[in-house]
Each structure stands twice: as structure tokens, then as C-alpha cells.
Design a protein around this ligand. Structure first.
Ligand code: PHE
Length: 345
């Protein structure tokens, strides 16, 4: 047995151990050099047939080589195992600095932004919220509001009739009569937001379905000054301190006197421009002092009580506030339109 062969074997084995890059590769090396079929094992089995003088020396040499290889493998194994564990841990860490997934929050429809704002303003002034049906009777929609069957004022509101006595309410004013009946002669300060319907052809400024907020105040000594102050406060809160209002004489069968309320045009500050058709003002609502006949028909003595009422279109205010060019966009649910109101909702 050549001593040089054994030393060379040790040298190559140690080199391969050093170069092993994974526990798997190291196990292969281990197999090659330490298994029963390895060269070292073959050499060991040959010791017995060596001449006596060589036996001891060769036996010691092979043992020391086996020991050196075993030790080198054990040390390297610890090293590689640690290294592999670290690599695994590294791969499994969660990088919390990654940006999260965008959940794509929606936005509120400008209609509801405006409605909520209006309701808040009136609640702040002490108004209560009242409610009434959208399918109304002729009695509440017209008659109790001083619009008898043959009254020409019925032509002001094209109507969806369901049968002779029932219809889709053309305004929120029937809730005035309902509130008066419910309060049975005691003071009232209420608003009613709700849907209304008219047989209009839909275009950029008309829709067969729209919404109003009705307002009604009844008490002793209520006069036109209260109406004006209330609406002025509302307009300033809604459109800004600089806005002025103007009352223009008008006609509604259920109010006397009746007024249209205009606000100064935001675009030109009242000077007159294309938006306000040169008038400096934009009409926003109808109002007036509750007609004595309406008070009487609904259980209030006009000699003791007086009141004012107003009706304002919600979409109209949204259109004015946000410069919306077509009322239909409010109903169409087009996200490209709605997303523009993310900041305000
Ligand atoms: N109901 C009226 C309309 O729809 C508005 C209005 C309400 C006018 C209350 C006066 C008082 O045109």
C-alpha cells in the first residue's frame, strides 16, 4: 500500500469538503469517502494481508485520514446547515415596507353630499324631519294645498296619475298638509327631503324624477321676515357668506304672498354673465307665506297662526354647486363622473 496514495486521497477529500456548497453535496462527498464501498474501506480491509511491519503504520495512517475526513465533514456540515437555515429564513421574511393593495374606495354621489348638507343646516336651525308617501292622493297633492280639481294651477305640474285619485307626488308640498294634520294645531318647524315626479321630457335640465326638500314653519306671529332670514342663512351656509338672496314676487296656490328666491350668480358676483343669462341672479327655490285656506283646511286658525313654506330642488343645488352640465349624470352611476367628487364626499 502506497503511503502517497492515501495522503493524496486525504487531500482530494478535504478539498472536496471545502468546496461543497450544500449539505446535499457534502453528503455525496461523505458517501464517496466514508461509505463501506469507499476506497478507504477497501484499503482498511487490505491491512490484514499486509506484512506485519507495515500493518501498524498503515492502520494508523488510514485511521488518521478517516478521522481527519470525518471531522472535516462534521465541521462543514454544521456550517452548511446554518447557512441553509439562514437562507430559508431570509426568503420567508415578510417585507412590511411593500405598499398595500389599493382597495379602490368609492365616492358619494354629489346628490347625497348636497342633501346631507342641506339637512344638516336645517337641523341646526331646529327643524325636524318629516316624511310622506311618494304615491300620493289627489287630496294631499292638490286639494289640501288649495288646488281644487278644476284649478288651472294643476297645469303647472304635469302629473303621473295611477288612477283618478292616486298619483306620483309632483312636489314634496303634500307633506305640509300631512305635518299639519299630524301636529293637530300646534307649532311646526319641519323639513321633508324626498323624491318627486313629473311628466317631463328628460333633457339636460329636466328629469321625470327629481328630489326636493320641503320646509314648513307654523307658529304665532310668523312673517315674511322670518322666511327671508331663514333662507338667507341657509344660502350663506350652503354657498358662502358672500352670496346675497333676492325675493321675486311669484304665484303658488298654497302660499300668499308667494316668492321665487334667487341667489347672486357665483360666476360673476351679480354683475351679469352667460351663466345667469345676464341677470346676475340664479333662481333656486319657490316659497311663500302659507295661504290662509291651507291653514284652515289642515286644522289651523289663520287668525291665530301664520307660517311660511319653501320647496327647493336638491339636484338643482348640486348642479349649481358643482357646475354639472346635465342632470342625468347624477342618476347614471358612471364612475368617471362620480370619482370627481371623491374630495368633497
Ligand atoms: N311645491 C312648489 C313646487 O314644487 C314649491 C313651493 C313649496 C312653493 C312651498 C312654495 C312653498 O314648485
Amino acid at each position: 500500500m502506497e503511503k502517497g496514495t492515501v495522503l493524496l486521497l486525504e487531500k482530494t477529500a478535504l478539498k472536496q469538503i471545502e468546496e461543497a456548497k450544500s449539505t446535499e453535496a457534502l453528503n455525496n462527498v461523505k458517501n464517496t469517502y466514508l461509505s463501506k464501498k469507499s476506497e478507504l474501506s477497501t484499503l482498511t480491509s487490505q491491512i490484514g494481508s499486509l506484512p506485519v511491519e507495515q500493518k501498524k503504520e498503515c492502520g494508523q495512517l488510514i485511521n488518521s485520514v478517516r478521522q481527519a475526513i470525518t471531522q472535516a465533514i462534521e465541521e462543514k456540515m454544521v456550517l452548511l446547515k446554518n447557512q441553509e437555515l439562514e437562507e430559508k429564513l431570509e426568503k420567508e421574511t415578510i417585507d412590511i415596507s411593500l405598499p398595500g393593495k389599493d382597495s379602490n374606495l368609492g365616492s358619494r354621489n354629489p346628490f347625497y353630499v348636497i342633501q346631507d348638507e342641506m339637512v344638516e343646516i336645517f337641523l341646526g336651525m331646529g327643524f325636524e324631519i318629516a316624511d310622506g308617501p311618494e304615491v300620493e292622493t289627489d287630496l294631499f297633492n292638490f286639494e289640501l294645498l288649495n288646488i281644487p280639481k278644476d284649478h288651472p294651477a294643476r297645469d303647472m305640474q304635469d302629473t303621473f296619475y295611477i288612477n283618478e285619485n292616486e298619483l306620483l307626488r309632483t312636489h314634496t308640498s303634500p307633506v305640509q298638509a300631512r305635518a299639519m294634520k299630524a301636529k293637530k294645531g300646534s307649532p311646526i318647524r319641519m323639513i321633508c327631503p324626498g323624491k318627486t315626479y313629473r311628466r317631463d321630457n328628460d333633457d339636460a335640465t329636466h328629469s321625470h324624477q327629481f328630489a326636493q326638500i320641503e320646509g314648513l314653519v307654523i307658529d304665532k306671529d310668523i312673517n315674511l321676515g322670518h322666511l327671508k332670514a331663514t333662507l338667507e342663512l341657509f344660502v350663506k351656509k350652503m354657498f358662502g357668506e358672500k352670496r346675497e338672496i333676492r325675493l321675486r314676487s311669484s304665484y303658488f296656490p298654497f302660499t300668499e304672498p308667494s316668492v321665487e328666491v334667487d341667489i347672486t350668480c357665483a360666476n360673476c358676483n351679480g354683475k351679469g354673465c352667460a351663466m345667469c343669462k345676464g341677470t346676475g341672479f340664479i333662481e333656486i327655490l319657490g316659497a311663500g307665506m302659507v295661504h290662509p285656506n291651507v291653514l284652515k283646511m289642515n286644522g289651523y286658525d289663520p287668525n291665530q297662526y301664520s307660517g311660511f313654506a319653501f320647496g327647493v330642488g336638491i339636484e338643482r343645488l348640486a348642479i349649481l354647486r358643482y357646475d354639472i352640465d346635465d342632470i342625468r349624470k347624477i342618476y347614471q352611476n358612471d364612475v368617471r363622473f362620480l370619482q370627481q367628487f371623491k374630495k368633497v364626499s
